[in-house]
Design a binder for this molecule. Structure first.
Ligand SMILES: [Zn+2]
Length: 260
């Protein structure tokens, strides 16, 4: 690809990412409340319908200075944040497409689909402390189908799935549901079938490191107290996205460190 084509492709991917991010915002806002996904978006405060020019990703938020056009009350910064995060992660995921060409398309497509899924899990668990089976279970099936289609060994996928679901089932059973929710078990299954073995281990390690770091930071700034609940699904989703994009280099780096 020439530099001009790469730039054009990059801009196109970013635009797709912003639009997908805008749709993810609808899922994140409506799925936990059991609302229908069709129908125009409304202001959460005054219920005014949001017309098309108020609904352009990121741009509308800036143009409206983060306020509803009718009641002038604040629109959450999480809307543009999800849009920008989706676009940025799609661009990272599309790097093989830009460097190796169209052969990389199936893998890039898979990565983008599951970045979107995991962003929804990330945001809903952050806001509501819940991981929805309506998201994780269909996604788990899709992950298995996608990976088998890509020619990944089924033994590694099976091992990943058993590890992911088993790790959280064991904690759930031992603690009688006090340490984690049962939604974490289905999220573990999804991550296992998506990342396989040993990618699942990478996701778990990253999630617990990041979770511990964020927990300590929130304690330090006084936003949480000792024993406060933290959304484990949010950290698992973040670890899962990182492992999806960078699992192989992370494993290669680790293998070099221990000198295998
Ligand atoms: Zn309003």
């Amino acid at each position: 690809m020439t530099v001009a084509t790469q730039t054009l492709a990059g801009a196109l991917i970013a635009l797709v990412g912003l639009s997908v991010g805008s749709f993810l915002n609808v899922l994140i806002a409506r799925l936990p409340l059991g609302e229908r996904l069709t129908g125009r978006s409304r202001c959460p405060h005054c219920r005014a319908q949001i017309v098309w020019w108020q609904n352009i990703p990121v741009f509308s938020y800036l143009f409206l200075l983060g306020k509803c056009a009718r009641c002038r009350r604040r629109i959450s910064w999480q809307y543009p944040a999800i849009e920008i995060a989706t676009a940025s992660l799609f661009l990272l995921a599309a790097q093989p497409l830009l460097s190796r060409g169209v052969d990389a398309l199936p893998v890039v497509l898979r990565d983008c689909v599951f970045i979107a899924v995991l962003l929804v899990v990330f945001a809903i668990d952050w806001r509501h402390y819940v991981i929805l089976d309506i998201v994780t279970l269909p996604a788990a099936g899709l992950a298995l189908a996608f990976n088998l289609f890509l020619g990944q060994p089924w033994e590694e996928l099976l091992l990943g799935g058993i590890l992911g679901a088993g790790f959280f089932s064991a904690q759930y059973v031992i603690s009688r549901g006090r340490w984690i929710g049962d939604g974490d078990i289905r999220l573990g299954l999804l991550l296992g079938l998506l990342l396989g073995w040993p990618g699942m281990i990478v996701a778990l390690m990253l999630s617990y490191f990041v979770g511990a770091a964020v927990g300590v930071a929130l304690l330090a700034v006084g936003m949480k107290r000792l024993g406060s609940k933290l959304p484990l699904g949010t950290f698992l989703a973040a670890g899962g996205i990182t492992a999806l994009l960078y699992g192989e280099p992370i494993i290669a780096w680790y293998v070099r460190q221990i000198g295998w």
